[in-house]
Design a protein around this ligand. Structure first.
Ligand SMILES: *[C@@H]1O[C@H](CO)[C@@H](O)[C@H](O)[C@H]1NC(C)=O
Ligand SMILES: *[C@@H]1O[C@H](CO)[C@@H](O)[C@H](O)[C@H]1NC(C)=O
Ligand SMILES: *[C@@H]1O[C@H](CO)[C@@H](O)[C@H](O)[C@H]1NC(C)=O
Ligand SMILES: *[C@@H]1O[C@H](CO)[C@@H](O)[C@H](O)[C@H]1NC(C)=O
Ligand SMILES: *[C@@H]1O[C@H](CO)[C@@H](O)[C@H](O)[C@H]1NC(C)=O
Ligand SMILES: *[C@@H]1O[C@H](CO)[C@@H](O)[C@H](O)[C@H]1NC(C)=O
Ligand SMILES: *[C@@H]1O[C@H](CO)[C@@H](O)[C@H](O)[C@H]1NC(C)=O
Ligand SMILES: *[C@@H]1O[C@H](CO)[C@@H](O)[C@H](O)[C@H]1NC(C)=O
Length: 753
């Protein structure tokens, strides 16, 4: 199976191979040696595969920097055979409870009773042949369960040349109390292939100090949380860390939870850093930080971009840790090889995919506020976007949807003005066109998450929840002019309804605002007009400098030629949702659709929207890493723009040398995903049946009736035919949400099992 990854990335590298100027001299790092920090893969690639399983270790070499370190938590059987498994109680992530239903015991471990199944109760022959891994982290797939666990020797010989291996001995006292000696085990092994040994027990490190060749094998003191007691000295780790000089005689380094270096307060905000790294470096101690996992976000300060957290530890201008212990070795690798020391780089001027904001930088600030737009520009968006809504008194302003419920605090003041408008959306709402502008201005913006919390949504920065103010379209255009952004995207929704039922001319409002702001005459800034209504796009045919973007809100599985030809009559580009490009089963990609190719064949640009950083919105193939999705869209599928809540993340990717296909001798290319590769090794019984494919885009759905004249209708009758399509797209959005809920619920159910 691994060949798929290799083939995918070879192909892409070969196709695009060209000469590039040589990279400048490699930067020096603020690590103790000046060399780049190490990637230490905890239990292998345990972010995707069950911790310490065969797949987890096999995949490290495929998806991580070449000299990554394989980290193994040592457990020993009754007869002293060593194997890798994180928890002392094996039932945490193996099938042992099924193998030995009566094997449960309680042992006192460093003063605490732990109940479960323990390796010390079994001989290796009895235990290891049938012991397999079970995923025990809810946010990770269980489709890769059932693999063998590895002996220490399996890991030290997993590749040629052998990898660097780090053995952690967490419970030396406990094993010795049961007449099993990790030290003797290591001596029998002659420390072969072991480059690092860590332990939280000082007594153990001191006892093997004399026996180990410290050039070949480094000893590292592993810190537990500050209040925990080190069992061989009875000091708390919080005390021990204050006397670094006392550590140097028995260890060459320390492994500390990341919060020892960058503390996080209880509101999940990052505090100023400690001086631990520089202090330890002064003592000649290496510093390794633990606890990195893309699906366990550390702080709101990182905006759910896992790469931002690593950069904080290795590229902050003050210090760098010497290595990171992580469940997601691919992400640590890409940060070290592609993103660090890049702050001053700029993205290529031409020929790259565009970054279009989605309601401004709406991942960080409430969508469509002044703050969201300022951040979008600062974060490198090429195009900033405004979805235009109308107030009752005819003011055009920017907001994601006509319904004020999600994006504002309207619910607390204007609930009595809510209504049911099936032409716009299936749910009740408080609609902008029923409130006058001064009323809308009295509302606070609200920072929302794309998925609700029960659907796996993660809350966005509470400190920014209600900050900022909304902009009129005219203010938005003035802002775009002043900031000299590459362009603006103006999205027009609900035009037929507004014209026929509310007497509001949204097309006219946009045309006037653009011309008043001189975007129509020889503007060097690009104007994009987007709509899901081809009759709206037709109205802008007379502005040849405007690019017209057809918004395909429904999920499509294919774009047949007649449909593409029909779109071509109205638009230069399409905006499609991610599932129209990625097919997946239980959040694992099964294939790409041909939609991008089909559009490109007709010279129609493809924009993909919206992209988020939150790992709960990413297929497992992307390793809980938004940059892998970006690389797949941009490098492999060659989409023309990404529309994102987080322009900073897209910009970080495009600024990095790893996004440029002409760079062929990269130490770590951020490889696009080969769809179907993971699915192939997944256990079929862990997957739901694949559902019906999304329907192909039909010509009939593209042709819209001409826009009705603008007239106010006080007693709206049944929806006019012109509104039929809107209500359908409303419904299908609901269906999509529903199927997402189902898929998520399924994956949760499967994982819990
Ligand atoms: C079991 O594993 C989970 C996930 O790795 C961990 O959070 C938990 O603390 C473990 N429980 C025990 C008792 O080790
Ligand atoms: C392990 O598997 C083998 C072969 O499948 C079987 O014969 C044996 O009884 C199993 N051992 C245990 C302890 O389940
Ligand atoms: C640590 O404390 C325990 C219990 O209080 C005691 O039995 C043990 O001797 C102490 N060990 C050392 C090294 O002080
Ligand atoms: C993290 O974010 C909070 C809230 O915005 C801010 O006060 C704090 O300074 C940030 N921390 C760091 C280290 O940047
Ligand atoms: C980046 O630019 C800033 C300001 O121009 C400068 O102070 C800094 O040294 C530069 N950093 C690197 C790594 O070139
Ligand atoms: C036209 O532009 C001016 C200057 O930017 C602005 O003050 C005015 O409100 C605009 N008028 C309309 C109708 O957009
Ligand atoms: C994936 O899609 C391509 C193009 O649509 C198709 O040719 C191929 O057979 C599909 N692969 C699988 C495994 O379904
Ligand atoms: C594609 O579009 C570009 C500009 O939009 C135009 O210059 C080019 O000639 C078109 N190519 C084809 C094959 O239609």
């Amino acid at each position: 199976m691994m060949k798929y990854f290799v083939v995918a990335f070879l192909l892409i590298e070969l196709i695009t191979a060209q000469k590039l100027p040589r990279n400048p001299a490699p930067p020096t790092w603020l690590t103790i040696t000046g060399k780049q920090p190490a990637v230490i893969a905890r239990g292998g690639f345990s972010g995707l595969f069950p911790d310490s399983s065969r797949y987890a270790y096999d995949f490290v070499s495929q998806v991580s920097l070449p000299d990554s370190i394989y980290y193994c938590d040592l457990q020993l059987t009754k007869d002293g055979v060593g194997f890798c498994q994180t928890a002392l109680n094996l039932d945490n992530s193996t099938n042992i409870a099924n193998l030995f239903p009566k094997g449960q015991k309680t042992y006192n471990v460093n003063g605490k009773d732990i109940r479960g199944w323990f390796a010390i109760d079994y001989f290796a022959d009895q235990l290891l042949p049938n012991l397999t891994s079970v995923q025990n982290v809810l946010t990770r797939p269980n489709a890769f369960d059932g693999q063998e666990l590895l002996l220490v020797e399996d890991v030290t010989s997993i590749s040629k040349p052998p990898p660097r291996v780090w053995l952690n001995v967490q419970y030396d006292l406990f094993y010795n109390q049961h007449k099993i000696s990790p030290a003797l085990y290591l001596q029998d092994l002659r420390f072969a292939g072991i480059n690092y040994i860590s332990s939280p027990e000082i007594g153990f490190l001191k006892s093997i100090g004399a026996k180990v060749d410290k050039v070949r094998t480094k000893l590292v003191l592993r810190f537990l949380e500050p209040e925990a007691i080190e069992p061989t000295t009875n000091q708390s780790y919080g005390e021990i860390v204050k006397n670094l000089a006392a550590i140097k005689p028995f260890a060459s380094g320390i492994l500390v939870p990341k919060t020892y270096i960058w503390p996080v307060n209880k509101e999940m905000y990052l505090m100023p850093p400690s001086t631990l790294v520089t202090d330890a470096h002064k003592q000649g101690l290496e510093v390794y930080a633990s606890g990195f996992a893309n699906d366990s976000p550390g702080s709101y300060n990182y905006s759910y971009d896992p790469t931002a957290e690593y950069l904080q530890f290795i590229d902050n201008g003050q210090f760098s840790v010497d290595g990171v212990l992580t469940d997601f070795a691919p992400t640590a690798s890409e940060v070290i090889a592609c993103l660090a020391h890049n702050k001053n780089a700029s993205k290529p001027k031409k020929g790259h995919s565009l970054i279009i904001s989605h309601n401004g930088a709406s991942g960080d600030y409430a969508g469509c506020t002044d703050l969201a737009y300022e951040k979008a520009v600062m974060d490198g968006a090429d195009i900033i976007d405004c979805s235009v809504q109308m107030s009752k008194d005819g003011v055009a302003f920017c907001l994601d949807s006509a319904d004020l419920l999600g994006d504002t605090t309207a619910i607390s003041t204007f609930m009595s003005r809510s209504s049911n408008i099936p032409e716009i959306q299936p749910m009740k709402g408080i609609f902008s066109f029923d409130l006058i502008w001064s009323e809308i201005q009295s509302l606070k913006p609200q920072l929302t998450s794309p998925l609700s919390q029960d659907m796996g949504g993660l809350p966005r920065n509470p400190a920014n929840k209600n900050k900022g103010k909304f902009l009129t379209l005219a203010e938005f255009l003035d802002f775009a002019k002043a900031k000299a952004v590459t362009g603006v995207l103006i999205n027009i929704q609900n035009a037929p309804y507004l014209a026929s039922k509310k007497g509001l001319d949204i097309v006219g409002a946009v045309t006037t605002a653009l011309s008043n702001a001189t975007f129509d005459k020889q503007s060097t800034q690009q104007v994009m007009i987007q709509s899901d209504d081809t009759s709206v796009l037709a109205k802008f045919k007379d502005f040849p400098s405007y690019q017209r973007v057809y918004d395909i809100m429904n999920i499509i599985g294919d774009a047949p030629k007649p449909s593409v030809d029909e779109i071509k009559k109205y638009a230069d580009a399409v905006d499609v949702r991610r599932p129209s490009i990625f097919k997946s089963i239980a959040f694992i990609l099964s294939n790409f659709t041909k939609v991008v190719e089909e559009m490109h064949a007709a010279n129609i640009s493809v924009y993909v929207s919206p992209l988020y950083n939150e790992y709960t919105t990413l297929a497992f193939d992307f390793f809980a890493d938004p940059l892998v999705e970006l690389s797949t869209l941009i490098k492999a599928l060659k989409v023309d723009a990404v529309v994102t809540d987080y322009p900073a993340t897209a910009n970080a990717y495009l600024r990095s040398p790893c996004s440029d296909p002409r760079n062929t001798n990269l130490e770590y290319p951020i490889s696009p995903v080969e769809p179907g590769a993971l699915l192939e090794i997944a256990a079929p019984q862990a997957l739901p049946p694949s559902g019906a494919p999304a329907p192909a885009l039909e010509v009939a759905s593209i042709v819209d009736p001409p826009l009705p004249p603008v007239s106010k209708e006080e007693n709206p009758a049944a929806p006019a035919p012109a509104d039929q399509k809107k209500s359908e797209s409303g419904r299908s959005t609901t269906n999509l949400c529903l199927s997402l809920v189902v898929a998520l619920a399924l994956s949760l159910i499967l994982t819990v099992h």
